[in-house]
Design a protein around this ligand. Structure first.
Ligand code: SF4
Length: 690
């Protein structure tokens, strides 16, 4: 190579995109990114990466990057220096707190930021402002999985490691477009299927790549998965395929589970889901007779009004068949953002202190109160969804948003935007001027992952360090430094010199991370929580006991309920939604990476050949989709990935007039308030045939 080695800097980092947590070296010369070099010692991915991790970095040098703090002056924004910006933020937050009390303020941490930054955001809310109103965007995706696992097995995290998925005899994938959303995990499954004859069962509405490759593909009617999961569980019990010894020794509540399953025959499931009873019997036999089963799921499970119950039912099924605590077994809710796991782990939740300790727990709360020298409210605060409601009701007056594009990614987004207009004070901290920033009073320029140090926790609970490859652009600051600046401007005595000091504090106060330290995480080192004080980590959970009193897991009975919104007369289509391989979420980063933007420049809607024939639609036709909330205009692609009157609209639009969340509703999963994004009916109008 013509690259002069002396000018090239190699820095170990962790991918900023999905929850697989690929780590690699990034080669830079000045601000130029020359190459992403996978390394065999990378614990989650070894030498694999996907298109986003390999080519998705140009955004760091994009001309749209925020370089200086902005303060609103009437209808426009004015660039100011940091002392002025921080003083304005402190004044705004203080004013609302003095006039309306601490619970009139809310804080949203980012699942793209580091663990240390999530920890500091919740500390700012709790210790400096005095409210538990703090949350993060796992509320939009994986909170129901966390709920399902906490009810049944204890920890809201993957039961084992990515390598366990490869070792399983059977992999059950429900509501996850793994090949596009978690490509490196999909590669492991494909390899195991080919080399070891691993059986793959996929349940999804859409015939995506993993569905094509599946040994059994289940295609239920929208929002009916719970019916077939319950029926398969019942069938396993009835046919004596349960792991009786495991259940006897390690699980409580079998009789309650058995009674709750009574209505869910295969015939009921066939009628509800449209999947033939014989196919479901085959699924039950396959799972019941397998030596080891892993279950992977994602938003196709969680983003329903029954998301928590479906997650619970999948975990019940694994317990009944003895599929926890051994290599190749367990539940794997696949985390979306790079640090969606860590943002919750480190306490950016309204009801949990770091390490999932309830805020109501006097002993746990007392530990943080003593260390921080403050009183923390003993009642849980508002979650993300409740904060928006509280703004509408005039109870929440100020919001501090870290790296969260709430104005596009929240369900029923026009309603959320209307809420923003009512806020007295909104602070947005981000890498780019987002749609949400339009509503802000102060916009603070943040540094992306390549410009800072810290740790991310991937989907397998693995904590990994990222090192700084570039200096922050312009006057951008790492988020931890911004949050500290705000705390100091409010009078707090914070003096962190480096994120390692934040981690040391979090580890000292949080039993789950007791043995975590930057030294133990050096280089490509990593630790999977829980981490004992001596540094012993936990690649596989539940080997001997479940973290409940008595050490046994719990069957948690649930029941089927129809979706919150279904296609009907006026709104005749079901609109499924999700990701594309090339883009990430609303595309604020990937759409600013030249290579990726060329591959997939704009969103489209997938239409089935049947629907296309019926309505005279061909590729490129301009369609208007209208729901009870709003309308979007997008071009069509005709494909048999979707069927009948189901269409698929990727969530990656950056423009409000194309964003699926203009259409989605405010219905939520009652246990977690996660929006039922996937329960969406719309009408269709052809504006231009093609
Ligand atoms: Fe790995 Fe996910 Fe990044 Fe792709 S987007 S490189 S799979 S972490």
């Amino acid at each position: 190579s013509a690259l002069r080695p002396s000018l090239v800097k190699r820095t170990k980092t962790v991918c900023t995109y999905c929850g697989v947590g690929c780590s690699f070296e990034v080669w830079t010369r000045g601000r130029e990114i020359l190459r992403v070099q996978p390394r065999p010692e990378a614990p989650a991915n070894q030498i694999s990466t996907c298109v986003k991790g390999k080519f998705g970095w140009d955004f760091v040098n994009h001309p749209d990057r925020l370089r200086r703090p902005l303060v609103r002056r009437g209808d426009r924004f004015e660039e100011v220096d940091w002392p002025q910006a921080l003083a304005t933020v402190a004044e705004g937050l203080r004013r609302v707190r003095e006039q309306h009390g601490p619970d009139a303020l809310g804080f949203i941490a980012s699942s793209k930021c580091t663990n240390e930054e999530a920890y500091l955001v919740q500390k700012l809310a709790r210790a400096v402002i005095g409210t538990n109103n703090v949350d993060n965007c796992s509320r939009y995706c994986q909170s129901p999985a966390t709920m399902g696992l906490s009810r049944t097995v204890g920890y809201g995290g993957d039961a084992g490691s990515i390598r366990d998925i490869e070792q399983a005899d059977v992999v059950l994938i429900v509501g996850s477009n793994t090949a596009e959303s978690h490509p490196v995990i999909a590669t492991r499954v494909k390899r195991a299927q080919k080399l070891r004859g691993q059986k793959v069962i996929v349940a999804d509405l859409r015939r995506h790549e993993m569905a094509e490759r599946a040994d059994i593909f289940l295609r239920p009617r929208p929002s009916t998965d719970l019916a077939w999961v319950l029926a398969v569980t019942r069938h396993i019990l009835e046919r004596g395929l349960a792991d009786e010894r495991f259940v006897e020794e390690r699980v409580e509540g079998l009789e309650a589970l058995r009674a709750s399953l009574e209505p869910y025959t295969l015939a009921f499931a066939e009628q509800t889901t449209g999947i033939p009873a014989a196919t479901l019997a085959e699924v039950a036999e396959t799972i019941g007779r397998a030596k080891s089963v892993c279950c992977l799921w994602a938003m196709g499970v969680t983003q329903h009004h029954s998301g928590s119950d479906l997650s619970t039912a999948l975990s019940n099924l694994l317990l009944l068949t003895g599929n926890y605590g051994r290599p190749g077994t367990g539940a794997y809710p696949l985390r979306g953002h790079n640090n969606v796991q860590g943002a919750s782990d480190f306490g950016a939740m309204p009801d949990k202190l770091p390490g999932y300790q309830p805020v109501q727990d006097d002993e746990a709360r007392g530990r943080y109160e003593a260390a921080w020298g403050v009183r923390i409210p003993a009642e849980p605060g508002l979650d993300n969804h409740q904060m928006v409601e509280a703004i509408h009701q005039g109870r929440l007056r100020a919001l501090f948003l870290v790296g969260e594009e709430m104005g596009l990614v929240d369900a029923n987004t026009l309603d959320v935007q209307a809420a923003f207009e009512q806020l007295e004070f909104l602070v947005v901290q981000d890498v780019f001027f987002s749609n949400t920033a339009r509503f802000a009073d102060v916009v603070l320029p943040a540094a992306p992952s390549l410009e800072k140090e810290g740790t991310f926790t991937n989907t397998e609970r693995r904590i990994q360090r990222l090192y700084q490859a570039l200096e922050p652009l312009g006057e951008a600051w790492p988020d931890w430094r911004i949050v500290q600046g705000v705390a100091q401007a409010l009078g707090a005595d914070w003096h962190y010199e480096h994120p390692g000091e934040v981690m040391a504090e979090a580890a000292a106060l949080t039993p789950l991370f007791a043995g975590v330290s930057y030294e133990r995480l050096a280089g490509f080192g990593s630790l999977q929580w829980p981490v004992a004080p001596d540094g012993q980590d936990s690649p596989l959970l539940y080997i001997e006991r479940f973290p409940f009193e008595g050490g046994k897991a719990h069957f948690h009975p649930v029941s089927f309920a129809p979706p919150s919104e279904e296609a009907d007369g006026d709104f005749e289509l079901h609109v499924n939604n999700g990701r594309l391989l090339e883009h990430f979420h609303e595309g604020n980063l990937t759409a600013r990476s030249a290579g990726i933007a060329e591959l997939t420049p704009s969103v489209f809607v997938e239409v089935s050949p049947e629907l296309a024939a019926e309505r005279g639609i061909s590729d490129g036709a301009l369609l208007r989709l209208r729901s009870r909330r709003g309308a979007v205009e997008v071009r069509a692609i005709v494909t048999d990935r979707v069927r009948g009157s189901e269409v698929y609209l990727p969530m990656n639009a950056r423009r409000t007039d194309q964003a699926v969340n203009v259409l989605t509703s405010s219905h939520t999963d009652p246990a977690t308030h996660t929006p039922a994004y996937k329960e969406l009916a719309a009408s269709l109008e052809v504006l231009e045939p093609s």
